[in-house]
Design a protein around this ligand. Structure first.
Ligand SMILES: NC(=O)c1ccc[n+]([C@@H]2O[C@H](COP(=O)([O-])OP(=O)(O)OC[C@H]3O[C@@H](n4cnc5c(N)ncnc54)[C@H](OP(=O)(O)O)[C@@H]3O)[C@@H](O)[C@H]2O)c1
Length: 386
């Protein structure tokens, strides 16, 4: 029996890597639904190639174009948020959640409430609704499989262990393109420099997050919800080679790590085939050629986003939602050339300073806090940015 797969965010970096794996193992996987935000041209090409039964574009104004492009095929076409949820809850064995940002929250939650196995790349969904999502997964018998390479590494290291035997999680971080750049240089950093990640090829938003280390901050929050480990027992370790993807320390002092070349197809394949493993084209690790691996503590002076994310996790309540929403707005502004690279963390810090709200009790409340924060941040942006 082939595994039926829905790919939310099929036109993105993770979506394309997942499709590459599907095409390498057509006897194992069948794509039944694919979605995108606006890119109807790429989505139509993917739907034709895979023979998907449903293609959804979130932007309603692109629905007509998608319908025209898929004319003459058996693929149903739809647009808008309700249709995204229809795709997320379609009869399938696995939902790959690869939408970027909080925009993925409702579809991911719908897949969880439908009791699906969810391969989760969309970390912002868990950052903004961690407790609600893990509780819903438990209630509806859904399984959350981490796709983020660090969380996937931890998931692999935890296999066969008792949770009470875990003493620490250690998330590795490459340090991004500005790992050794002085603060003055970071202030002048351009979007092109910020998205030029030294080890990974990724979408623009996560690439900027990697450059500010907000990505590691979001991952810290993600790890806490996913593995039920508090902030004080999760460390971040700078590791420029991105070979050790993360580590778990146990109570007896043993440390397990997962290693591999930096290729997202490895963690994606692990989630797609789980609990089995499949072959991937990833380059095999040659440790003798690499010769040495480096590790260092992060510099939270030059990279305040990491400290802000840890503070938000420890504050709880609405803070992780505010952190994420402010970051999404600030990153988009930076990419549009409206603010400086170093303004991103300042904007997030200002947004968090005016917050102290209670934890949301529903996804509707999460969406409301997200929307209010975006409005507040846009209003204050001009005052902060220099
Ligand atoms: N890339 C990586 O290596 C990597 C690694 C670990 C984790 N992740 C996480 O995986 C997620 C996806 O990252 P990515 O790098 O693949 O991003 P990406 O290349 O920017 O792709 C994002 C995908 O989401 C769709 N999308 C964007 N906004 C949307 C909206 N408002 N509604 C519905 N769909 C929307 C995009 O459609 P269009 O093409 O039409 O815009 C695209 O299919 C992120 O949460 C990221 O943090 C990525």
């Amino acid at each position: 029996m082939r595994r039926k797969i829905v790919i939310l965010g099929a036109t993105g970096s993770i979506g394309k890597s997942a499709l590459d794996l599907v095409e390498r193992s057509p006897e194992r996987f069948e794509v039944v639904a694919v979605t995108a935000a606006t890119n109807s041209e790429a989505l139509a090409e993917i739907a034709r190639r895979t023979g998907a039964k449903l293609a959804v574009v979130a932007d309603e104004s692109r629905g007509g174009d998608l319908r025209t492009r898929l004319g003459g095929t058996d693929c149903s076409v739809a647009s808008g948020e309700v249709a995204l949820i229809e795709a997320a809850t379609m009869d399938a064995d696995l939902v790959i959640a690869a939408i970027v940002g909080c925009a993925g929250l409702r579809p991911v939650m719908a897949a969880v409430e439908a009791g699906r196995i969810v391969a989760l790349a969309n970390k912002e969904a868990l950052v903004t609704a961690g407790d609600l999502m893990t509780e819903a997964a438990e209630r509806h018998g859904a399984t959350l499989l981490p796709v983020d390479s660090e969380h996937n590494a931890i998931f692999q290291c935890l296999a066969g262990s008792r949770r009470e035997d875990v003493s620490r999680l250690i998330l590795t971080a490459s340090g991004g393109p500005f790992r050794t750049t002085a603060e003055a240089g970071m202030r002048e950093a351009t979007p092109a420099q910020a998205i030029a990640h030294p080890n990974w090829s990724m979408g623009a938003k996560i690439s900027v997050d990697s450059a500010t280390l907000m990505n590691k901050g979001l991952e810290l929050i993600e790890a806490s919800y996913l593995f039920g480990v508090p902030s004080k027992r999760i460390d971040v370790l700078i590791h420029p080679q991105s070979v050790v993807h993360s580590l778990v320390e146990f109570v007896d002092g043993s440390v397990l790590a997962q290693l591999g070349s930096p290729d997202m197809r490895v963690p994606i394949a692990y989630a797609m085939a789980w609990p089995e493993r499949i072959e991937t084209p990833a380059q095999r690790l040659d440790l003798a050629a690499i010769a040495s691996l480096d590790f260092a503590d992060p510099d939270t002076g030059r990279f305040p986003a990491l400290r802000l994310a840890r503070d938000a996790l420890e504050a709880g309540g609405s803070a992780p939602i505010v952190l994420n929403a402010a970051n999404e707005v600030a990153v988009a502004s930076f990419l549009a050339g409206a603010i400086r690279f170093t303004d991103i963390a300042s904007v997030v810090e200002r947004a968090l300073a005016g917050d102290g709200g209670p934890a949301p009790s529903s996804i509707g409340e999460v969406v409301e806090i997200d929307r209010n924060t975006r409005e507040r941040v846009r209003d204050m942006m001009k005052a902060v940015c220099t």
